[in-house]
Design a protein around this ligand. Structure first.
Ligand code: SAM
Length: 245
């Protein structure tokens, strides 16, 4: 049976690819990578090229920079699925990997693709190989435990609006924000308003050449950040074992 595997390749540092993912990237008949229509090398593609020869890597164009659920996005998902389905039609019984940054189950293009490819191909096994997420990398690199004891963790795409982000910050949860680059000033304003700026840590371009990791309190309150920016707001902690009390 033909097999499509969604594989997480981590946030950027090729050393953060799991052994399972590296083995798959080395053996798959083809590795699809999502790219924008600009023609630039994709973020997942940069990492994939450490493990797969360029001739096995095939680009699939996605409307990666559209923020809304636009008709252009729908068309891009359909076209991407048709591209992958054509490959299976030409290689029955083949194994294709589809690489995404971080983990394929966390805000990934793979989940949109797999269902449509299955509809087009019919007999298809779909599998997933997990990857290290940007929040895990930032937590480790900045020495910020995400959750301890009974603490809870909320993950927010800032594109969903600031209100639920504000609520979670007020509840005192550990909070991680994704997809806030252009909304960085607004995001920092909510941290100040809820008195959660101290202890918050910011990481942009993790594992890439322009990586920037620093306390959120040191950021310029008026400057926007790049798309690849992550923020961890740890719960207020008062000594060892605080999360168990
Ligand atoms: C579409 S989501 C993909 C998330 C990814 N699947 C994961 O598991 O981390 C894109 C968001 O992930 C975060 N992100 C992914 N890679 C990153 C990196 N190298 N540095 C900083 N943030 C990153 C950013 O918040 C970005 O806006």
């Amino acid at each position: 049976m033909s097999t499509l595997v969604g594989v997480g390749v981590g946030p950027g540092d090729p050393d953060l690819v799991t052994v399972k993912a590296a083995n798959l990237l080395a053996k798959a008949d083809v590795v699809f990578v999502p790219v924008a229509d600009s023609g630039d090398t994709g973020r997942a593609e940069q990492t994939v090229l450490f493990y797969a020869e360029a001739w096995r890597v095939e680009r699939v164009v996605f409307a990666l920079h559209d923020r809304e659920h636009t008709a252009r996005r729908e068309q891009a998902w359909d076209a991407a699925a048709a591209h992958v389905a054509r490959w299976f039609a030409a290689h029955p019984g083949g194994t294709a990997a589809f690489a995404t940054i971080g983990d394929p189950c966390v805000y990934s293009t793979f989940t949109y693709l797999a269902g449509t490819v299955r509809d087009l191909v019919g007999e298809l096994e779909v599998r997933l190989v997990p990857g290290i997420t940007a929040m895990q990398d930032l937590a480790a690199r900045s020495g910020t435990p995400l959750v301890e004891g009974r603490e809870t963790l909320s993950l927010f795409p800032m594109t969903a609006g600031a209100d639920r982000f504000r609520e979670a910050l007020r509840r005192g949860d550990a909070v991680v924000a994704y997809k806030f680059g252009r909304m960085l000033p607004e995001t920092l304003a909510v941290l100040r308003e809820t008195d959660r700026l101290d202890g918050a840590v910011y990481g942009a371009g993790l594992g890439l050449v322009d990586e920037d990791i620093r306390p959120a309190a040191e950021l310029d309150p008026d400057e926007t950040g790049p798309y690849l920016s992550t923020l961890i707001v740890p719960p207020r902690r008062d000594g060892r074992g605080h999360g168990l009390r």
